[in-house]
Design a protein around this ligand. Sequence first.
Ligand code: TYM
Length: 340
Amino acid sequence: MTARVFSGIQPTHGLHLGNYLGAIRQWVRLQDDGRYECIYCIVDQHALTTLQKREDMRAHTYEVAAALLACGIDPERAILFVQSQVPEHAMLHWVLGCVTPLGWLNRMVQFKEKAGKDREGAPLGLYAYPVLQAADILAYKAVLVPVGEDQKQHLELARDIAGAFNRKFGTDLFPLPEPLILPEAARIMSLRDGTRKMSKSDASDMSRINLTDDADTIALKIRRAKSDSTLGIWYDPETRPEASNLLTIYAALAERPRSEVEEEFRSASFSAFKARLTELAVTKLAPISARMRELLADRPMLDRVLARGAERARAIARPVVEEVYGAVGFLGAGGERERS
Ligand code: TYM
């Protein structure tokens, strides 16, 4: 049996280099490997937890779909779809919420960060976010989940929830999912502060390279990226977080070992290194953004791809949810007679 892979991405703003190097490139590799059944989801219901305007939600959903296709996701070989078009995620979310203790959710770092000081004012959806994430994965009984390092805690929770369900209902219905984190690009940091991760929610656009940035913008952002005054470039995230981050980005884009890149730039000046990094980033990213623009111009085509993806995803998730309903004692769509 081929192992099933699942991963998701939120349609909040467009995608950035961290998403690409930390997650999407892995998604494409797993798809191209041929040994896995890959299911990739644009998680708009998760994005609703940090409420955006309706128009932005729609635009970002199309933008992320176009970006994923432009990065090499092939809807013939992977299932690509939008979460809200497959209601089984929300259905399973409820059931899983009933086996998840509040104490587990209280430990979630992302909730604490996003809710900030106003915990009482934070929406329930933000708190329940990781339960929906577990439902995404478990609705497909997926076992491998390619993500960046920031998702590790949510993945551990998804395993715990799967285990809690199995124990409570005396079943082995859910396999325990494993995160798949690429060590060399697990955490791409901000261009303005090498101790913070590159993020869609950073107020400064100069902190990240977006997949839609043109060559001039990429060049400007790299030129302005924070540097330090030491001569030579080497990897030491403790004392030189910015140099280390740029080196990591270079190695990941060039698909070369970091040690080899470090050797090459050990005595280079920051400006010489940045010039080379710009050249590399533009070469790698320009074709993606050009392709993305072409795809975005054809929304009917994107709608067709996503509708077909949702249909294929549902064909897998529906029987799993029926099985879950049976395990907990719900009558389900067909009642008991049909299931037995
Ligand atoms: P999201 O939308 O924030 O990010 C999508 C993917 O990009 C990775 N990533 C990074 N990797 C390296 N460096 C960075 N600076 C960086 N920033 C983002 C993320 O780790 C992620 O893999 N909760 C998830 C979405 C989700 C999901 C799921 C993931 C919903 N359901 C089920 C896996 C399985 C999220 O917010 O990702």
